[in-house]
Design a binder for this molecule. Structure first.
Ligand code: ADP
Ligand code: MG
Length: 350
């Protein structure tokens, strides 16, 4: 007998939430999104939208009552809230995973324990910790939690620069040694259960001002890095006992050494090209894994480039005509802000 499809709860209403809700719709899965942004773009794509702070008990209970399984589009949701929801409805991936990857220090320790390489780093809780880690300069100081798109990061070239920076030591940080980058790549992987994965090919990413500008497949990398990046992503998702889609961001240095930069326990901007370049997107695979639907054999359709559209650039794209190998996504955000991700364009290539 066919089983009933669950109603999926999604925490967070940005573009990732929109794309998850659209993928769910295609699979005939109802979605309820909860967001603390009244104008959340994803409200246009889900079946029901709940506007609420994440600590509003009444609204969270309504969200729990109306859903069967819950996932999230961003990892910085307070841990207690995820735990609370998880007592009633399964939250997938497991909130305990967030405890590790929400915190750059715990995340790096976890990765190194698996004998996987990261940049050199040190915990920074006070100014002296910076002065005692000169060996990590030039480096990047990053807030321990809550950073994205380079927010909460300071580039520090030499110890003399420290006094010029207005660093708030009420927050904790890690200082990372800066790597001379040859390239950045990412692996998008969906884990369904023990030793059962679907992996997309490595994606090459270009960042400017710490914000992703564009992504492409194939990545121009050698076979050793291709294989290593995939095998580390499998190991990491297995070790985390992860269910759903995850992204591992990598650095490659001038000597072709591969490092894990960070883990995103969710669908990822660099994976947007999977919507058009594969038969099953990172979003659909996430829904399939979280809702325990069948796996479909992953097939690449074509090479592709994805271009992020930031801030005011969106206006020009909204008025543009596109060729049949170009796919424009407008995130329908109410406000245009400088450097804000407003949409993306995927161009399919031979
Ligand atoms: P976020 O959480 O904001 O994505 P990341 O740690 O991924 O932060 O940093 C954003 C970008 O900044 C990276 O993709 C990379 O381009 C650059 N960057 C960060 N850390 C380093 C480093 N240690 N060495 C060189 N470049 C770095
Ligand atoms: Mg990053």
């Amino acid at each position: 007998m066919a089983s009933l499809k669950p109603t999926l709860g999604i925490i967070g209403g940005g573009q990732l939430g929109s794309m998850l809700a659209s993928a769910a719709k295609k699979l005939n899965i109802k979605t309820i999104i909860i967001s603390d942004d009244e104008q959340a773009p994803a409200k246009k794509f889900c079946d029901k939208f709940i506007f609420s702070n994440y600590n509003n008990d009444e609204k969270i209970n309504e969200f729990i009552k109306e859903t069967n399984v819950v996932t999230f589009e961003f990892e910085n949701i307070p841990f207690e809230i995820l735990k609370k929801i998880n007592k009633k409805n399964p939250v997938i991936p497991d909130p305990d995973i967030n405890k590790i990857v929400q915190n750059r220090f715990e995340e790096k320790k976890f990765i190194n324990k698996m004998r996987i390489k990261t940049t050199k780093y040190s915990l920074v809780e006070k100014k002296e910790d910076l002065l005692n880690n000169k060996n990590l300069l030039p480096g990047i100081l990053k807030t321990l939690t809550l950073g994205y798109d380079g927010k909460g990061q300071y580039k520090i070239n030499s110890i003399g620069e420290v006094s010029d920076l207005d660093i708030n030591f009420n927050n904790k940080y890690i200082l990372e040694k800066k790597i001379i980058l040859k390239k950045e790549i990412s692996i998008i992987i969906t884990r369904f259960k023990k030793n059962s994965f679907q992996v997309y090919e490595p994606i090459e990413n270009i960042h400017e001002d710490q914000i992703l500008q564009n992504s492409k497949i194939p990545a121009e990398i050698d076979k050793k890095i291709y294989d290593q990046s995939i095998s580390w992503a499998k190991e990491i998702s297995e070790k985390l006992n992860f269910i759903g889609t995850l992204c591992v961001e990598y650095f490659i240095d001038k000597n072709d050494v591969l490092y894990v930069n960070e883990i995103a326990p969710r669908v990822h901007n660099s994976g947007h090209l999977t919507i058009n370049a594969y038969n099953i997107s990172q979003f659909e695979n996430h829904i399939r894994a979280v809702c325990q639907l069948d796996q479909v054999q992953l097939k690449k359709i074509t090479n592709a480039v994805m271009i992020n559209i930031l801030g005011k650039q969106i206006i020009k794209y909204r008025n543009k005509k596109f060729s049949d190998n170009e796919f424009f996504y407008d995130y329908l955000k109410e406000k245009i802000k400088d450097k804000r991700k407003m949409g993306h364009l995927t161009i399919l290539k031979k």
